[in-house]
Design a protein around this ligand. Sequence first.
Ligand code: FA5
Length: 334
Amino acid sequence: MELANLRQQVEEVAVRLRSKLQQVSNPADLEAFRVEFLGRKGRIAGMFKLLGALPQEERSQAGELLNELKASAQRLFEEREREGSRNAATERLARESIDMTLPGEGRPIGHLHLLTQVQHEIETIFLHMGFDVASGPEIETDYYNFEALNIPADHPARDDWDTFYIDDTHLLRPHTSPVQIRVMENSAPPVRIVCPGRCYRRDTQDATHSPVFFQVELLWVEEGLTLANLRYIIGLFVHEFFGPGYDVRLSGDFFPFTEPSVQLHMREPGADKWLEIGGAGMVDPAVLANVGYDPETITGFAFGFGIERMAMLKYGIGDIRTFLANDLRFIRQF
Ligand code: FA5
């Protein structure tokens, strides 16, 4: 072994390690490079072992050559390692960077259901006329729902309200009229209230009937009221809710808790057809007596109508089932 040989080997390794380094494209390649050239059993370590085979006087020069080779391999390795981690950091930054110009994730904001909006609108109209808003339980007793409203057991008029019974004395209220009794029992005249609320009936579902629906009840009790006052209030309400130009008409009807009883109709401007909007009448003296009022001096009128039917007329909705179908395309329109 001669120095010249070793020098040649050093040059070959130097060329090889540069070309190897150029092929490094990931951390695994770089590690393979380190093991091949700088590892304990790598090429450069192997060359140091050859030193002993050289003549004494050439060893220190040969050692210098090898040390230079090792140092340059080490430098190239470290440079490449630094470059690699810089690239990884840049890549990560690029991956994780936030594009402030991207549109945000939309969170749809809900709104009140059309029926609730209509209920609030009706309440507001009557609040402005001086009525209070009252409420009562949806699970009612037979007494408030029928007896106190002048509909004793076995009275045929009970069939007008196809009622869901819970037991012999409890039921799901089929109308909001029992709230009249609850309010009158606890207050002296004058009484002016509206009570919106959910009602239940064993009605077969169709375009205008639902087993669950909303009614609004109105009650005004005071001395000296007549059907003309009722007619006036209904007219005022229709004007406020639907707009000007609507006609209102009363026709004969029967409810055990009103005498006389009427059916309420309204007609759109320019239309021929009258539409039924609810029932009404002067509070029956028997009902006034049931709550402890003097029917000789106290008078009153009441009416009740369906909120869905009102909303259907106002917004041109053809089928009552749409309200509960939960179709966002419908709900979002209002
Ligand atoms: C009553 O329920 C009486 N309590 C109204 C009343 C109050 C009369 C005060 C006199 C004095 P009626 O059964 O007609 O009346 O119902 C009133 C309104 O409720 C109807 O005109 C209709 O708009 C609505 N309605 C009744 N049943 C249903 C149903 N199954 N689905 C949707 N709306 C209904």
